[in-house]
Design a protein around this ligand. Structure first.
Ligand code: SF4
Ligand code: FES
Length: 249
């Protein structure tokens, strides 16, 4: 079948504004959108900027917006987004991050926010001999949060970031949850200030857009809500008040 890819182009070195360029490509229904990018790059326009690495949904580098929804180009088949000959498929870069070129965005801000939640193991206690023990049930508590591939799809889809660019964003909160709910971890203790904050978990208004687009099926909004609950309990146990705006109002 023949489809038209309408791709947002922008080269900050020469363009004042992003614009759309159309590419007519001959594809099979079972081709991936990433295959179409590669075809365009090799045969039509070698200046097209896009990222890819694994091409199998593992590295998270090719997240873009396809027909307005965040997806991995390597996991999206033509038949998922086009039905018939002549269909137009619109492709744009992720939102909330600076465009480097065409479909490539600068992830610096996104990754800097990860660092603030200390996304690494801070043990609850030092076990001098043998390994840390953890039951299958305890492991299940944070299993979903380990599946993140840092693709940025949730960060782009989040409507809160439209109005508050300081919001940590869904992915950083998923990484926080990975440690907060790990029985071997110090959990909230080392992360409470950044999480119990107006720009931390309390910015989330349960729009569920992040959960809707996550290519790894992570229940992001649920994890954020569980973290909110854990923060309230943590504060209550210490006779403190959380930064929950609902509480203060
Ligand atoms: S939580 Fe999901 S959508 Fe967000 S960065 Fe991780 S894998 Fe991507
Ligand atoms: S290229 Fe690695 S996830 Fe798509």
């Amino acid at each position: 079948m023949k489809i038209t890819l309408e791709i947002q182009r922008f080269n900050p070195k020469k363009d004042k504004e992003p614009y759309f360029e159309k590419f007519d490509v001959e594809v099979e229904k079972t081709f991936r959108i990433l295959d179409a990018f590669v075809f365009i790059y090799r045969n039509m326009d070698g200046s097209l900027g896009f990222r890819k690495s694994c091409a199998h949904g593992i590295c998270g580098s090719d997240a873009v917006r396809i027909n307005g929804m965040e997806k991995l180009a390597c996991k999206t088949l033509v038949q998922d987004v086009a039905e018939a000959d002549g269909d137009i498929v619109r492709v744009e870069p992720l939102r909330h991050l600076e465009i480097q070129k065409d479909l490539m965005v600068d992830q610096t801000t996104f990754l800097d926010k990860f660092k603030t939640v200390k996304p690494y193991f801070l043990p609850r206690e030092v076990v001098k001999e043998k390994e840390y023990y953890q039951s299958p049930a305890q492991r299940k508590e944070f299993d979903a949060a380990t599946k993140c591939i840092n693709c940025g799809a949730c960060y782009s889809a989040c409507p809160i970031l439209d109005k508050n660019q300081n919001f940590l964003g869904p992915a950083a909160l998923v990484h926080a949850a990975r440690f907060v709910f790990d029985s071997r971890e110090s959990g909230l203790e080392n992360r409470i200030d950044v999480l119990d904050h107006a720009d931390g978990v309390w910015s989330c208004e349960n729009h569920f857009e992040c959960t809707r687009v996550c290519p790894r099926g992570i229940p992001i909004t649920k994890l954020i809500n569980l973290t909110k609950r854990k923060i309230k309990k943590y504060r209550e146990e210490r006779g403190e008040t959380s930064q929950d705006p609902g509480k203060k109002g």
